[in-house]
Design a protein around this ligand. Structure first.
Ligand code: NDP
Length: 480
């Protein structure tokens, strides 16, 4: 069985404890590889390697660091099919999605930050003829990057690329549920000639390997993407150590549809924002609010088109939804559907596990599910399900829908469909979300701030926000 290895100090190595964790292919419900069960000894070795590499890497001119990152980007693109296949097998997502979104975006992350760092400038503040201040922004040191299983390579590289571009060295931990493409990335970094210790990838469990990163005194910065509860644990650990933290956490995003929207475009995009990646994207719109005059038309069309989405073998080009990531995650999604029934909801379609024929007969598949008849305050509409499950709720006024949308503890992303420009601007100001999409969804410009309000996170990633996060501002004041 294939054995994944850690990438420490430029070498592929087994974990110190020589123990491993089973890695599942969710579409067949069986173990297909083994992942290192790393512990604090492996993190210690990674921190030592990164600390040794830091003086060399951080003083290289930005153009030279960028050259390595561009080489890695090219290698990811050159291995597109292999990486897309690996991501699909590891995570359960349709291979077509991995090929068109996840892997190109991973390459794009390296390319974007390789060039961004060469345009990164800092401020100067002149005090007339008294003094001049200028701000230095040196890299900080060894940074910890911890990422989730839903967009494995895409989100891992979204952290690693700006950290390295800014001149830091990295100790990264991908989710142990989807470690494969991070492992393949380490092979590509070796091929790209990335200097030893600059990037270290240590695989293992969150509670053991992840927590060894958040408690390590030699890692002063942590960039984390994952669940809100894990974010709270990391924040509690890191606060007394005064670590710099970026937390990208869960969401329960509203998708708000006004009757004056461009209907067909809204309908097709809403299918994507509901069910892409089996609904396992933090940005998916899981609560759809529809203006009452359009409600019945929307419900009938949306349910009819949802029923036509093919759930099947992720390696088949015709599957629109693949497997969900694990058996415990499938059970969690199904338990929320049960809860929706108990709370008085009507299941309009889906609402069950799907039995796929052939090689995927033991896989973990859930039918895309549409539910109506629930209050915006019930648990189904307040808690993150993170699966192919959406609820429909009618509304009458703008006031009312803003209150519904803002009623959860989360505040990551919101979509709004209307042709009324004044209303769009007004609502963009009132919705409590870090990201607002008007007449679109997942339209991403990597220069823009990315992140959430309330319990969806602290800090922002993307563009200058990321480069500022991974550097330490230092003001120098010179008296004239
Ligand atoms: P988790 O919070 O369970 O895990 C995220 C990462 O943290 C994993 O690598 C995990 O390892 C690790 N981890 C777990 N416990 C600890 C710990 N005590 N200390 C350090 N690291 C730890 O999230 P999921 O992987 O389940 O991802 C789904 C969640 O991520 C959803 O809530 C989703 O909304 C959110 N998300 C947010 C995004 C955003 O940009 N805001 C984007 C994508 C997802 P292990 O896998 O071994 O548990």
């Amino acid at each position: 069985m294939f054995q994944i290895q850690n990438y420490i100090n430029g070498k592929l190595v087994d974990p110190a404890g020589n123990t491993c964790i089973d890695n599942y292919n969710p579409s067949i419900g069986a173990v297909y590889s083994r992942t290192p069960d790393s512990d604090e000894r492996d993190i210690e070795a990674a921190v030592e390697a990164a600390t040794r590499a830091f003086p060399y890497w951080s003083t290289k001119p930005a153009q030279e660091r960028a050259r390595y990152l561009l080489r890695i980007s090219d290698l990811i693109e050159g291995n597109l099919d292999r990486l897309a296949q690996a991501e699909s097998v590891d995570n359960g997502k349709p291979v077509s999605l991995a090929r068109s979104v996840d892997i190109p975006r991973a390459a794009g992350n390296f390319r974007f930050f390789a060039t961004a760092i060469q345009h990164f400038a800092s401020e100067a503040h002149a005090m007339e003829d008294t003094a001049i201040n200028y701000t230095l922004r040196p890299p900080i040191g060894v940074v910890g990057c911890i990422s989730p299983w839903n967009l494995p390579l895409y989100l891992f590289t979204w952290k690693i690329a700006p950290a390295l571009a800014a001149g830091n060295c990295v100790v990264g931990k991908p989710s142990e549920i989807t470690p494969m493409t991070a492992y393949l990335l380490s092979e590509l970094c070796i091929e790209a000639g990335l200097p030893d210790g600059v990037l270290n990838i240590v695989h293992g469990l969150g509670q053991k390997t992840g927590s060894a990163i958040s408690t390590h005194p030699g890692i002063p910065v942590i960039s984390f993407t994952g669940g809100t509860r894990t974010g709270a644990t990391i924040a509690a650990t890191a606060a007394p150590l005064f670590k710099k933290l970026s937390l990208e956490l869960g969401g329960k995003n509203p998708n708000i549809v006004f009757a004056d929207c461009r209907y067909e475009e809204m309908l097709q995009t809403s299918l994507l924002s509901s069910f892409s990646n089996q609904g396992e994207i933090c940005l998916c719109g899981s609560r759809i609010f529809i203006e009452r005059s359009l409600y019945e038309t929307f419900r009938n069309d949306f349910v009819e088109q949802t029923k036509q989405l093919t759930v099947g073998d992720p390696l088949s080009e015709t599957s629109r939804l693949g497997a969900v990531v694990s058996k415990p995650h499938m059970d969690k999604i199904l338990s929320y559907i049960e809860l929706a029934r108990e709370e008085g909801g009507t299941i309009l379609c889906g609402g069950r596990q799907v039995q796929v024929e052939g090689r995927c007969r033991d896989g973990w598949f859930v039918a895309p599910t549409v539910i109506e008849g629930l209050s915006h305050t019930c648990r189904t509409n307040q808690e993150e399900i993170f699966g192919p499950v959406v609820t429909l709720i009618p509304f009458d006024t703008e006031e009312e829908v803003v209150a519904y949308a803002n009623s959860t503890p989360y505040g990551l992303a919101a979509s709004l469909w209307t042709e009324n420009l004044t209303r769009a601007h007004r609502m963009a100001g009132r919705l409590q979300s870090g990201i607002i999409w008007i007449n679109c969804w997942m339209l991403r410009d990597l220069r823009t701030p990315f992140g959430g309000m309330k319990q969806s996170g602290v800090g922002r990633e993307g563009g200058l926000e990321a480069l500022r996060f991974f550097t330490e501002p230092k003001n120098v004041c010179i008296k004239m």
